[in-house]
Structure formats: structure tokens, C-alpha cells
Design a protein around this ligand. Structure first.
Ligand SMILES: CC(C)(COP(=O)(O)OP(=O)(O)OC[C@H]1O[C@@H](n2cnc3c(N)ncnc32)[C@H](O)[C@@H]1OP(=O)(O)O)[C@@H](O)C(=O)NCCC(=O)NCCS
Length: 174
């Protein structure tokens, strides 16, 4: 495994028109295409916002987020909150897309982006109800999300892309 890059060398900034997206390539073609062709349009239409991870002036990762809500069955809620019985939908931020440049995998970029988004989400939650981070995980990436405390929601466990969440009030690394 290549060495991790120290967090201080990264920044996570909002995507703008001036950013050169054509050089980005990750190991998932659909995600590469989304980033190059659609990310800015989604942003301009307020459907999702993309943040890019910069290292030495190069785009080494991106994460696209949007608001969402998810229903969680009462018997699965113990860990979130029993005191919210009346709440049918939990508010959250959905990580709609996330990828690291193929040449930079294993350097800590994915971890940096997840933690940075979680920190920002917690800050935003002081102004607007927001409790969870949600991801429709690709099956082979679920183990990676589990490293950061993401859990599969029972209800969606059998779906091809399981829905996973972290509770912003309980993620110890935030
Ligand atoms: C998944 C992805 C974002 C991870 O990004 P990354 O920048 O390489 O991740 P990090 O460097 O932060 O983490 C690497 C660590 O996770 C581990 N890891 C990688 N994939 C894993 C998996 N499926 N399950 C468990 N651990 C995994 C690595 O072995 C490494 O471990 P280490 O920290 O002990 O060395 C990246 O592989 C990627 O862009 N894949 C293609 C796009 C994609 O599938 N995105 C997810 C959409 S749901």
C-alpha cells in the first residue's frame, strides 16, 4: 500500500466552472462520467453539490452531496434515538457520489472526504435538522464504509446497493 498523504496537504472546495474536470479518472466509469459531464449541471440546478479534493493543484477526489430523508423502523432505532417515536423520516445528507482518482487510491483521500463532509454536516445541523449521513453503497464498497462506522439499514439490506448510514451525534471521529 502507498503511504498516506497528510490531511494538511488536502483541501476540499466546492466545484466551479474553472476547475478542469477532464483529467479526472476513477476506477468506476459511471462515476468518472458523472464527474466530467454532469456534476456541474446538477449543481447549477440545485440538485446536488460537488466538492473536490485538491492535492498539489490536482483534483484527486470528489464527493457529491444532497439532502435526503430516510425512514427507519422503530425496532432498528435503538442506536439512534428511542425518544423520536413520532418521527417517520430522519433528515440527513446523502453522499450521492464519491470517488478517488485511480492513481491516488489508498492514500487516505476517501477517508479525508468522508470525515470532512461529516464535520461540515454536523456544523450545518446547528441550523437545520440533520441527523444522518446516508449512502447507497455499491456492494463491494460496503466494507470500506463500515470502517467509518456506517451501518446497513435492515430494510434495504437485500437491495443490490445497500443503504448505509452514520449517526452524526455518535460518530466519534467528528
Ligand atoms: C472506494 C474509494 C472511494 C476509496 O477511496 P480511497 O481514497 O482509496 O480510500 P482510503 O485511501 O481513504 O482508504 C483506503 C483503505 O481502505 C481499505 N479498503 C479499500 N476498499 C475496501 C473495502 N471494500 N472494504 C474494506 N476496506 C477497504 C484499503 O485497504 C485501505 O486500507 P488501509 O487504510 O488500512 O491502508 C475508491 O476506491 C474509489 O474511488 N473507488 C471507485 C469509485 C467507487 O466505488 N466509489 C464508491 C461509490 S459507493
Amino acid at each position: 500500500m502507498p503511504d498516506k498523504i497528510p490531511y494538511e496537504e488536502f483541501s476540499l472546495i466546492k466545484l466551479e466552472k474553472i476547475h478542469e474536470r477532464t483529467l479526472f479518472s476513477c476506477k468506476d466509469d459511471d462515476l468518472t462520467d458523472f464527474f466530467k459531464e454532469d456534476s456541474l449541471t446538477y449543481q447549477e440546478k440545485n440538485a446536488a453539490v460537488t466538492y473536490i479534493c485538491i492535492h498539489k493543484e490536482k483534483i484527486v477526489g470528489f464527493v457529491t452531496i444532497a439532502t435526503c430523508s430516510v425512514s427507519i423502523k422503530l425496532d432498528e432505532r435503538q442506536e439512534i434515538d428511542k425518544g423520536l417515536k413520532e418521527l417517520s423520516e430522519f433528515p440527513g445528507i446523502r453522499i450521492a457520489r464519491l470517488a478517488t482518482h485511480a492513481d491516488y487510491e489508498g492514500r487516505g483521500i476517501g477517508e479525508y472526504m468522508i470525515k470532512k463532509i461529516a464535520k461540515r454536516a454536523l456544523e450545518i445541523s446547528a441550523q437545520i435538522g440533520l441527523r444522518l449521513i446516508i449512502i447507497d453503497s455499491k456492494p463491494h464498497v460496503a466494507g470500506w464504509y463500515e470502517k467509518f462506522g456506517f451501518k446497513k439499514l435492515e430494510k434495504y439490506k437485500t437491495r443490490q446497493n445497500p443503504v448505509m448510514y452514520i449517526d452524526l451525534l455518535k460518530a466519534s471521529y467528528i
